[in-house]
Design a binder for this molecule. Structure first.
Ligand code: NAD
Length: 302
């Protein structure tokens, strides 16, 4: 069997077109557009390139985009005051603080200072709690898990009653996607198992999965013989395993590998996400969707 490829790059385009159309409609009817502020502290190159992509995407969608760059010696109290300013700014619907922050700043304190109704990353404990309750309580599902669920839905994979096995129990991927897949509703209603470094027989659990979601950060962890024939495999792992020269730009770029042995797995799975070009492009896409949702909540449209 050669698995169907679930391409994040294609699904991203569909969702961004849907968001852009909604932004146009809201602008015409209500005279406002979603406002997103990205606070970047310091000059971490990976953060800069991630933030640059966010800005580009927000501009493409017609959002109001505010880029607030701060030097890496900003006192914690000043950063908290800055967040307070945006919490009280009516034109801002989403506040994003790019991590990692410098060592003298307490990440938790900063993320918890964001108004939960503008926490489009979905990391505030209030939003984590809302996600756990499920249903109408959910405001902002965290972006990577939301992207994973969207890919599963748009690939036409049946989730109701499906055995879902999630490899990894992180707060940003493993735990939230497991929670989302067990809720009632579309793209969920599954029977979910989480496996992790404390699990005794990873292979036995993975082999039961109709939908296998892997977020371990270990290149090639999941072997083809761990995959049930016809399963839907979502590989969240992004592992830098070397460098190569880009044919397009002539510059050195990272060689990325997923957590699944892709070449062999695609002969067994029914559907599979590639790395790169799979889950990766979905995170910023879902951040934009959450920012639009935030404005819709404010306007009483949701
Ligand atoms: P993490 O390190 O916080 O968590 C990894 C989890 O995997 C842990 O819970 C650990 O118990 C489990 N794990 C690790 N090795 C294991 C093993 N050998 N057997 C069983 N379980 C094991 O990582 P994370 O933040 O959840 O990210 C996981 C991967 O997903 C990384 O490669 C990361 O780069 C990638 N990621 C991609 C995106 C995206 O594409 N947008 C977003 C977030 C994370």
């Amino acid at each position: 069997m050669t698995a169907k490829l679930i391409k994040g790059t294609e699904i991203r385009e569909q969702i961004l077109d849907e968001i852009a159309a909604e932004v146009e409609e809201i602008k015409a009817k209500h005279g406002v557009v979603p406002g997103l502020v990205t606070i970047l502290v310091g000059e971490n190159p990976a953060s800069i390139s991630y933030v640059t992509l966010k800005i580009k995407t927000a501009h493409r969608l017609g959002f109001k985009e505010v880029q607030d760059n701060q030097s890496d010696d900003i006192p914690e109290a000043d950063l908290l005051a800055l967040i307070d300013k945006y919490n009280n700014d009516d034109s801002i619907n989403g506040i994003l603080v790019q991590l990692p922050l410098p060592k003298h700043i307490d990440d938790k304190k900063v993320l918890n200072a964001i108004d939960p109704d503008k926490d489009v990353d979905g990391f505030h404990p209030v939003n984590v709690g809302r996600l756990m309750i499920g249903g109408d309580e959910v405001k902002f599902p965290p972006c990577t898990p939301a992207g994973i669920q969207e890919m599963i839905i748009r690939s036409g994979t049946e989730t109701k009653g499906a055995e879902v096995v999630v490899v990894g129990r992180s707060n940003i991927v493993g735990k939230p996607i497991a929670n989302m897949m067990l809720q009632k509703g579309m793209g969920a209603n599954s029977t979910v198992t989480i496996v992790h470094t404390g699990t005794k027989d990873l292979k036995a659990h993975c082999l039961r999965a109709d939908i296998l979601i892997v977020a371990a950060g270990v290149p090639g962890l999941v072997k083809p013989e761990w995959i049930k024939s016809g399963a839907c495999v979502i590989d969240v792992g992004v592992n830098r395993v070397g460098e190569k020269v880009s044919e397009k730009t002539g510059k050195k770029i990272a060689i990325l590998k997923g957590d699944v042995d892709f070449d062999a797995a695609k002969e067994i799975a029914g559907a599979i996400t590639p790395v790169p070009g799979g889950v990766g492009p979905m995170t910023i896409t879902m951040l934009m969707k959450n920012t639009l949702k935030s404005l819709k909540f404010k306007l009483g449209l949701m």
